[in-house]
Design a binder for this molecule. Structure first.
Ligand SMILES: Cc1ncc(COP(=O)(O)O)c(C=O)c1O
Length: 464
């Protein structure tokens, strides 16, 4: 089927991102705009409209108003996803040669920023959940241990990046982590790609956005956790640790010179949905509906894992000896399309549209899968062999740009990687350019290859 045809059919239950669920949950104003003469809204940075970096015009006004409503100093809308704004943030935070402290479960976009910005990714290990193969959240004590080691390894640390909530919806106590980072006089960037809707503070039992705990920079993917069109995103900034001039300079470096007016309008309207009363009401009822669905599935003995995001359902497939990647294929055949298939789990994103009638179908498919595969023993994952803090052996950018050769994983011991090994989704690198392939890493990668057969190759590119 051709692309245009594929875009126009909708025969499945969409439990994947974008969160607007094939248009169902798009803000009314965007729906109305899209019903006008096709293309009428596709405009350049005309005088009255402006752009994210232009100080006058409708977009400047809109950004000012969004920042005011959310209670921060500034914000910039983005048209290249959280990816683009995370990368701009990193370039604003550190100079070439400086290090940025980041967790091992960082999104690949941040490593790419280090690559082209000449920054040193100082990667720290995070707790690991062996029953499902997920990176978990950590507390202040863990971070203190990380700081101690990081300072032994690297003198010039410019900033810290945190990822919260995770793709699967686990959330840490951000208040204490941000305080700890600030006690080292460092700025913190929070990749809150999966937590835009937390700015609504809709219920006290849900996590709060890092914005409310004083994070210096926070990036939201508005299509992942708000009802924005794909590629819409926003960067929020507050306090005086990061110079807005540096942020704008970095956005200009990476942003297209023709940002889409439709995407910028989508940024505006999806943020409004999270702060205005009608949108909040809709969000609240989606969350309540999602909680009912989770309760229903748990009552029917579907193995769901706990998380902090009511809109994400984690099916624990390895508990029954099954790979989430295989289970995903079965669900797709039965027309339920999930978001994140991993070796031990399959995560479904309910997004912001309604899925009222899905419960029974979900249970039926899961029970069919269990019957077809037969009851199997649960399996566990080995902890990745990462040290508490590590720095690539050779600079990331140098390694990526070096001449390379392709060697069999088994024969790569002692070599330096020239590439990133990174299943997508979730886009969390297992190996980055400049890292050494020691015995433990190679053994672990070979094991991971069995879990991700279509995503990890037998070969790795190493510096010649
Ligand atoms: C944690 C995290 N950060 C950032 C991104 C990038 O978001 P976007 O697709 O909006 O560029 C992703 C995408 O999967 C992600 O999982």
């Amino acid at each position: 089927m051709g692309l245009l045809k594929l875009l126009s059919v909708n025969r499945s239950e969409n439990l994947f991102l974008p969160a607007h669920g094939r248009g169902n949950a798009l803000p009314c104003k965007i729906k109305k705009l899209l019903k006008l003469r096709p293309g009428i809204w596709d405009l350049p940075e005309l005088f009255e409209i402006g752009g994210p970096l232009i100080s006058e015009g409708a977009i400047a006004e809109s950004q000012k108003s969004s920042a005011y409503e959310v209670g921060v100093d500034r914000c910039w809308y983005g048209v290249n996803g959280a990816t683009g704004l995370l990368q701009s943030s990193l370039l604003a935070l550190a100079r070439p040669g400086q290090a940025v402290l980041m967790p091992r479960n960082i999104h690949k976009s941040c490593i790419q920023a280090c690559l082209f910005g000449g920054l040193i990714p100082l990667l720290f290990d995070v707790p690991y959940l062996t029953d499902r193969g997920h990176a978990s959240v950590f507390d202040k004590k863990w971070l203190q241990r990380v700081f101690k080691k990081a300072k032994e390894i690297e003198e010039d640390i410019a900033a810290v990046v945190l990822v919260n909530p995770t793709y699967q919806g686990y959330s840490a106590d951000m208040e204490s982590l941000i305080k700890e980072i600030h006690s080292h006089s460092l700025p913190v960037l929070v990749d809150e790609a999966h937590g835009a809707y937390l700015i609504s503070q809709i219920r006290p039992d849900l996590p709060r956005s890092a914005i409310s705990f004083g994070a210096d920079l926070v990036v939201h993917s508005l299509h992942k956790s708000a009802p924005g069109l794909v590629q819409s995103a926003v960067l929020w900034s507050q306090g005086d640790k990061v110079d807005p001039f540096k942020i704008e300079r970095s956005i200009e470096l990476l942003q297209t010179s023709s940002p889409s007016s439709l995407l910028l309008a989508s940024c505006e309207s999806s943020i409004k949905e999270l702060i205005e009363s009608k949108g909040l009401k809709r969000l609240k009822s989606r969350i309540e509906e999602a909680e009912l669905l989770k309760d229903f599935l748990i009552n029917k003995e579907v193995p769901l894992l706990k998380n902090s995001d009511p809109l994400r359902i984690i099916l624990h497939t390895s508990k029954f000896g099954l790979s989430g990647i295989e289970v995903d294929k079965r669900f797709i055949k039965k027309r339920i399309i999930g978001e994140l298939a991993e070796p031990g789990t399959l995560t479904f994103c309910l997004g912001l549209s309604s899925h009222k009638k899905i419960g029974k179908k979900f249970v039926r498919i899961w029970n069919e899968i269990l019957t077809n595969f037969g009851q199997q023993k649960s399996f566990f994952f080995k902890r990745p062999p990462f040290s508490i803090v590590s720095k690539p052996y050779k600079p990331c950018s140098y390694s990526w740009g070096s001449d390379f050769e392709k060697v069999n994983l088994q024969e790569s011991i002692g070599r330096i990687s020239a590439e990133m090994v990174c299943p997508y989704p979730p886009g969390i690198p297992f190996l980055i350019p400049g890292e050494i392939l020691d015995q433990a890493r190679v053994d672990w990668l070979i094991e991971q290859k069995c879990f991700w057969p279509e995503q990890i190759s037998d070969f790795v590119r190493v510096i010649s």
